[in-house]
Design a protein around this ligand. Structure first.
Ligand code: FMN
Length: 209
């Protein structure tokens, strides 16, 4: 499938078959998430890959009663950081220094640019990090489609109960969105054959020429 074919083929699948996706395909999707661009390259998120059936059952019962999560092959939980503490920032800058053999002057300049965001009271830091996380969600969704794997982004869950159940330290991070991976059950999913609803191009794109 080429890119546009894949994006027409994909849809937010409501019923899956339970069939497992190949480990190599999962690895590709995770690598795509790893390669996702983020502001300053900070990647202020983590992804949890859940396959444990008891845990999925608990998530379904307590936080996300959407059938597809019980039928998926893998459930990805995207956790966004709550803040960029100095330890995280310095870890990132040290990696930049190592990988690019960057000078102290360059690193100090880069740190200052990031600090302008971190120290700007008008920027809601958690919201900023959630936005970075959603870029990864988008990339993962496209990657899945290119691999012929179905995926459902899910915001419809009780974040408080999920974070609590997983014992997440919400001072530091929170699960903000989920993604199921698997294969559609065309017989059971009423949405499988419905056409897409999308704006026509002229309502979506404005041109300044
Ligand atoms: C951030 C985000 C959150 C979503 N949350 C849910 C959800 O909780 N449950 C669900 O069934 N679909 C969810 N969707 C799917 C959208 O409803 C769906 O992508 C949209 O209607 C467009 O349809 P399509 O993806 O099938 O083309 C979500 C999609 C996105 C991008």
């Amino acid at each position: 499938m080429d890119l546009i074919e894949a994006l027409n083929w994909r849809y937010a699948t409501k019923r899956m078959t339970g069939e497992k996706i190949a480990g190599s395909d999962l690895d590709t999707i995770l690598e795509v998430i790893r390669l996702t661009p983020t502001a300053y390259g900070l990647q202020p998120f983590k992804v949890v890959v859940v396959t444990n059936e008891d845990l999925i059952d608990k998530i379904y019962r307590n936080s996300c009663p959407q059938v597809v999560i019980k039928q998926c092959s893998h459930l990805l939980l995207f956790k966004a950081r709550k803040r960029l503490d100095p330890e995280y920032l310095e870890g990132f800058l040290n990696e930049m220094r190592r990988v690019r053999n960057a000078s102290d002057e360059y690193i100090d300049g880069y740190r200052s640019k990031i600090e302008r965001v971190i120290e700007n009271p008008e920027i809601n830091k958690f919201s900023w990090m959630i936005r970075q996380t959603y870029i990864a969600l988008g990339y993962a969704t496209v990657a899945a489609a290119m691999l012929g794997i179905d995926a459902t982004p899910i915001e419809g869950f009780d974040a408080r109960s999920l974070n609590e159940m997983l014992g997440i330290d919400t001072e530091k991070e929170e699960v903000v969105v989920l993604l199921t991976l698997g294969y559609r059950d065309e017989q059971e999913d009423k949405l499988a054959t419905l056409p897409k609803i999308r704006k026509p191009m002229d309502l979506l794109v404005e041109r300044m020429e």
